[in-house]
Write a protein that binds this ligand. Sequence first.
Ligand code: XIL
Length: 390
Amino acid sequence: MNKKITTSALLSVSAMLLGCNNSALLSEPAAKSKVTTGAANISQTKDIVSLQQHFAEHFKIGTALSRAQILKEFPQELVAAKAHFSTFTPENSMKWERIHPEPEVYDFLASDALVAFAQENNQELVGHTLVWHSQTPDWVFENDAGEPLTREQLLARMEQHINKVAGRYKDKIFAWDVVNEAFNEDGTLRESKWLEIIGPDFLAQAFTMAQKAAPNAKLYYNDYNLFKPEKRAGVIKLVNDLKANGVRIDGIGMQGHYALDYPDLSQMEDSIIAFAQTGVEVMITELDISVLPFPEDSEQGADVGLNVELQAKYNPYVNGLPLAVEQQLADRYKQLFTILKQHSDKLSRVTFWGVSDRQTWRNDWPMTGRTDYPLLLDRELKVKSFVTEL
Ligand code: XIL
């Protein structure tokens, strides 16, 4: 595909952005929206108006969308999302605790809106996620008396949930992250209620149920830290075992919550190659590169349960990103995309975990209230200048 952006494309995206209401920007918390320094100037460029066009010859480019974005509380973010990305993932709206908060209660407000948005714009939607140990209410694993369910009962509940959620969007959702984060760092299965009650075949069960509920959707396994050789081996074994048992799995999602010095990108590259050799699709599903110091005693990765106390030393760029650090971020992104582009024949998609630095979970993980700069769009929704070099 042609990488050059035509003048008319440039004008139409600018017009969309200009035509948009400014009130959402103004109503953002000051700390998050007003980070402008000299450094901010260099992070703005008009050369790239659309990330999806910029990377079109290599891979599809996607983003996560938050509930507030989906429900149009931030119209400018949505306009930018439409311009820059061609595949979307709900950041939280389809997680069990949100879409099925109580046994008899389903909340499809945001997910229906997202499905409609993706359909209107002819964009792909990746459902996230059907089976996960996090953001899943305790009641899921208990009976009315608060006692643990039996294997059969939990399987029935899993099936009911998958039928209801994946079934509802049967031919409207392109793919599902069927199971999220089932592995420990050493490649063994994580101790979760799913494993404890159902046993190690809970993954095969989930994929089988998803295939029945949404036969035309692609079915993915998604996890963080998949660059680690041991974790990589665990996932490859999973894929091979599923296939050997006649259970369909279509892809592996490598989350990609990274930092300036984490991980070793050559290990990530090894994983892309090894995963591709299993014959399934490989994709980067949740990319962001934090510029902030990571607390020494905590494990890097993306354990959403991690919640470290905020300390000033971990939040050094509240008033703007120094040029030298922006340069480090640029270099890191360049190294990463050099590898990704080299393997674009194996990568179906690169999805960022958020539209812009203004609203990214990295501002709140692994501690709340920081000012991070992990994405390719800055707080004013401008494409960072180094992106032209990616
Ligand atoms: C994160 C969301 O971005 C946050 O808003 C939420 O509070 C916690 O979860 N791995 C995943 C994503 O698969 O679902 C997580 O998203 C980030 C780590």
